[in-house]
Ligand binder design. Sequence first.
Ligand code: ADP
Ligand code: ASP
Ligand code: MG
Length: 440
Amino acid sequence: MKIMKFGGTSVGSASRMKEVAKLITNGDKNIVVLSAMSGTTNTLEEISDYLYKKNPEGANEIINQLEAQYRKHIEELLSTPEFKQRGMELIKSHFDYIRSFTKDLFTLFEEKVVLAQGELISTAMMNFYLQEQGVKSVLLPALEFMRTDKNADPDPVYIKDKLHNQLELHDEATLFVTQGYICRNAYGEIDNLQRGGSDYTASLIGAAVNAEEIQIWTDIDGMHNNDPRIVDKTKPVRHLQFEEAAELAYFGAKILHPTCIQPAKYANIPVRLLNTMDPNAAGTLVSNESEEGVIKAVAAKEDITAIKIKSSRMLLAHGFLRKVFEIFESYQTSIDMICTSEVGVSVTIDNNKHLNEILNDLKKYGTVTVDHDMCIICVVGDLRWENVGFEAKALDSMKNIPVRMISFGGSNYNISFLIRKSDKARALQQLSDGLFNGIK
Ligand code: ADP
Ligand code: ASP
Ligand code: MG
């Protein structure tokens, strides 16, 4: 059994849905995970924003526009009067439900319910289309098996158990379709796996059914060696090790949700990144296999804050680092990069929610300085310390860019640079030129 996940652009129109239908009806009994149609989750967030601001008219206007778009999609997607009617009823019931939130108190709880509608609609639409085509597809309700625990982490035992129960109910099915992104939390409330979380759904399901492969279908032919939205002449990387893919995803390669590698790696299930617009392209295979001596790709993560703490006692007395880390831990703020010297330590964070409290506490132990609007550039590949000259190559490409921190040796897979956000595009292009395109 394979898991095939299609993102928002892959199901972004009726014609795209029909293309996806061709790809998933290949005779195998697979589980298909779908995102909401592209733009829908953003629009549902916008509706929620109006409702938080107690502006039901504003919300209603957008709800009506979105509903009209969906009615058009149904018109184009389904052809028989019976399915068209069922499709229109589906749209009406979801939009009436969304509209019901304009009349009441709106909290985080209601917002999560509104956000869940995108995936509930797209999967039901695909299921209608497949059934209209005579495919014995079954809609698996993610809200019946996808669940997080009290720490908001997925609960793999529950997921496996409940998913198997669902699968066993449908012996006759030739294909399963389910929602990405949405889940219930430990209290049984509707919740989600964060924006972009459908990739995570796919890998959690893959691990739960011990799938042969997890396929992430999107609008590009695999993981590129640099961010194609910023850099010219990027190329797909054919193969990545799980750790390399996880580093790239965490450090900004949007094609993969950062959390989605871990369940696949743990269960040793290969992840294949494929292009819905070009299904025959090779894409990228992510697996346990490593490739020696190759720098694979570069990614960048923005909105980073760097904090330097210079120990008042000049030398790094033992216990100093522990105190520093405890402060970050007490505010549930994780650290991305660390550099130490004999007199101080610099760390980076990507979450400024408790920055002021953290800075106040740190000032008890030393002199504190902060750099805002920074960016981590992460170079990923076989970066074991025994390899000679790899760090030098990366550094050489960065030679005219002010670098605030460098981190190397934390793993065998990366070297990271902290630079100003305003230097990001230039740094990414220069790294591509130097590392991949042979341009000096
Ligand atoms: P989906 O909606 O299918 O989940 P996403 O928009 O989340 O798709 O991810 C695909 C996008 O990721 C691509 O269109 C591309 O612009 C962007 N992207 C950023 N970095 C990379 C990279 N290194 N390789 C490939 N795509 C990348
Ligand atoms: N629909 C959700 C989002 O737009 C989840 C996803 O697409 O992965 O974030
Ligand atoms: Mg995505």
